[in-house]
Design a protein around this ligand. Sequence first.
Ligand code: GRF
Length: 200
Amino acid sequence: MKRIAIMGSGNGSNFEAIVKYFSGKPDFAVDITCLSDNVNAYIIERAKNLGIKYKYLPFEQNGKYFAVNNFDLIVLAGYMRILPDDVLNLGKFINIHPSLLPSFKGKDAIYRAFEAGVKVSGVTIHYVTSDIDGGKIIAQYPVLIGNLMHFDEFENEIHAVEHKLYPIVIEKLLKDEVFDFTDLVGSCSGNCSGGCAECH
Ligand code: GRF
């Protein structure tokens, strides 16, 4: 059985999407551990409600923890600290970012992309290095910003794409496979290039 850790500091909606995705796949069992550096984070409440094991792991204890706990993949989902190289060397770490990297690295990326007036943004999943949001890109998926789109709609669509994309990419990595657009567009009945409700 594959083992993954999901690290988050806050809301945990990606964590919940990943848990639900794999709970619907009894033929591909994944053992999930939730780790949070914030004892009050809502991600911990979600873990309790979903029956997933969880641990409060202060930032300073990451090295000690990952030196003795082995995971096939360590998934950052809203983890708000920058991990140093000596921790990153202890596993394979990936992160999700709500823009098309290398544009809009760092905080408030959804808002900054919208304010800049970009017409295409999206979601990126990448390997983690100590260079913030700078590791090699694994997968991306676009979100188009129409002229009449409100910020809230755009933000909701970014999160909807995140929740769909992250679990599929995690499964691909655990199976040593490569993500391609067709893995996400596959459920679409038309030729919409990724923007329809069936795509995400
Ligand atoms: C997501 O938008 C993710 O892209 C960014 O932080 C947010 C985490 O959201 N890195 P949640 O905690 O998964 O709800």
